[in-house]
Ligand binder design. Sequence first.
Ligand code: 8YV
Length: 311
Amino acid sequence: MKKTILQNGRLLPALESMLAEEFDVHGLWAEPEPQAFLARHGARFSGLVTSAPVGASAELMAALPNLEVISSFGVGFDKLDLEAAKERGVRVAYTPDVLNDCVADLAFGLLIDVARGISAADRFVRRGEWAKGRYPVTSRVSGKRLGIVGLGRIGQTIAKRAAGFDMEVAYTNRGPAQVPYRYEPSLAALAEWADFLVVAVAGGNGTKGLISRDILQALGPKGFLVNVSRGTVVDERALVEALVAGSIAGAGVDVFENEPHVPAELLGLDNVVVLPHVASGTEETRRAMGDLVLANLRAYFATRELVTPLI
Ligand code: 8YV
């Protein structure tokens, strides 16, 4: 008998097909009245498959009284109610590590883009302005100071990239790590020191608004912000105001407070590069993430163990 799995939100088509081969999968997203469906059929499901941006709430778990395991596509767990899962004895798996390289690559892509004006200069060429004059000079990347907020797996992969650009690296974290970079306990001091402040810390209540108006002020008019973690980590209003006023030099942003909403003020600015949450979005990495989602479910139902457990 195939195990019965509820799917919260759409997943990659290839992953949906692989899941459907091994499990009896039901898409909650396809239900016109999800609450009514859950009230009637919630007890059927022993597994839940979801993704980082969609997560799983305490209410959803409560509607699945026989739920044993959640497998989530992504490394972020700010939308997964882990307390509720713990209380119910539900195991939770996610997909760490396999996305470190692509997220770090994109962080560097954003950093170089905003400093050197790649996207803005491309728009300049497309508008036919090159024939009328030169593109203004931009800001050097090599040899500059990189401050990393959150030196976890992704933060460390970003730091490795910095060596190729002869950058000086410092970081702030819950505590010092065993790494060859300077630990800076004060985020404000790190922002003041850095030419580029890259945010790679986990989302959630603990980091909400961490990059505040004061931190942006410390970064200053020559400093750039790059965010590849969660929109909630940055005070988005303060960031918009800083970019409009030029009180920071620029920003590269892959994540927003209320996705897919991007503040309208940013759309006309050349000192910001805005991306639609694509840091892990390569074919190779998304396939690896999908394989892990499947491997976790398979392992759980075969052995009660997870390959990459969160709890
Ligand atoms: C998403 C992410 O999972 O891993 C995360 O936490 O935010 C992303 O990798 C991805 O966008 C899939 O929706």
